[in-house]
Design a protein around this ligand. Structure first.
Ligand code: PEP
Length: 258
């Protein structure tokens, strides 16, 4: 099976809706210029909630093939949950993806693997594709326990999902020590954990699910390192933070094969 690489830009809490329009337009122009094949490498932007309507209007209005999603979602359908956003609100805005369990949500909002798994399930039930994040802190890596730590996260996050659901999901391996630090994991580090995740999915479900699930690497990905990371057999894409805020840099990342 050939998995379509997926390059997703997580804008985090950056860019207001006017800046969002500018970035998406610049990215679209760049990708048109280089005749980007969106079927060969999928392009996704993940703006803050307040930008999604603007991004949708632009993408639908100009018939762009860039996909988009949200950075988080509620496990509730509606009601007295101040500050939360439901899956149906996201699907009404044309979102295809939602990031769940980013390390910043885990660190600053106390999100657990169990909650992340429930968010992923909620997303799948609504027809959204979850991008489920996992990854170890520096102490865990230094202790040489990164593989077992990440596999325990995977076991817990996927506990409520079927093989078919996992097959259509995206998993992002993001070592916390490499996020926003400029400290990129080597391609071998990325492959070691992404390969172990795929192996675990084969054990938990079957080869079909393991072959189908797309696994991204994330952590200080840039145009200068993306090609070597993407050359690894179990790395199917990148979740990109800082470098996705610059249209020219993100264009180079997306077009890593050129
Ligand atoms: C991220 O936030 O998911 C991320 C990988 O950030 P950065 O690329 O800036 O390290």
């Amino acid at each position: 099976m050939t998995r379509t690489p997926i390059m997703a830009g997580n804008w985090k809490m950056n860019l207001d809706h006017l800046e969002a329009a500018h970035l998406v337009q610049s990215l679209a122009w760049n990708l048109t210029d280089v005749e980007h094949d969106y079927e060969a490498v999928e392009v996704v932007v993940v703006p803050p909630f307040t930008d999604i309507r603007t991004v949708q209007t632009l993408i639908e209005g100009d018939n762009l093939k860039i996909r988009y999603g949200a950075q988080d979602v509620s496990t509730h359908d509606e009601g007295a949950y101040t500050g939360e956003v439901s899956t149906s609100m996201l699907t009404k805005l044309g979102c295809s993806y939602v990031v769940v369990g980013h390390s910043e949500r885990r660190e600053y909002h106390g999100e657990t693997n169990e909650l992340v798994g429930r968010k992923a399930k909620k997303a799948l039930d609504a027809g959204l594709t979850p991008i489920m994040c996992c990854g170890e802190a520096l102490e865990v890596r230094k202790a040489g326990e990164h593989v077992s730590f990440v596999l325990a996260q995977i076991d817990a996050m996927l506990a409520g999902l079927s093989g078919e659901e996992v097959a259509k999901s995206v998993i992002a391996y993001e070592p916390i020590w490499a996020i926003g630090t400029g400290e990129v994991a080597t391609p071998e580090d990325a492959q070691e954990v992404c390969g172990a995740i795929r192996g675990r999915i084969a054990e938990l479900y079957d080869e079909g699910a393991a072959e189908a699930v797309r696994i991204q690497y994330g952590g200080s990905v840039k145009s200068s390192n993306v090609r070597d990371i993407m050359a690894k057999p179990d790395v199917d894409g990148a979740l990109v933070g800082g470098a996705s805020l610059k249209a020219d840099e993100f264009t180079k990342i997306v077009t890593f094969t050129k």
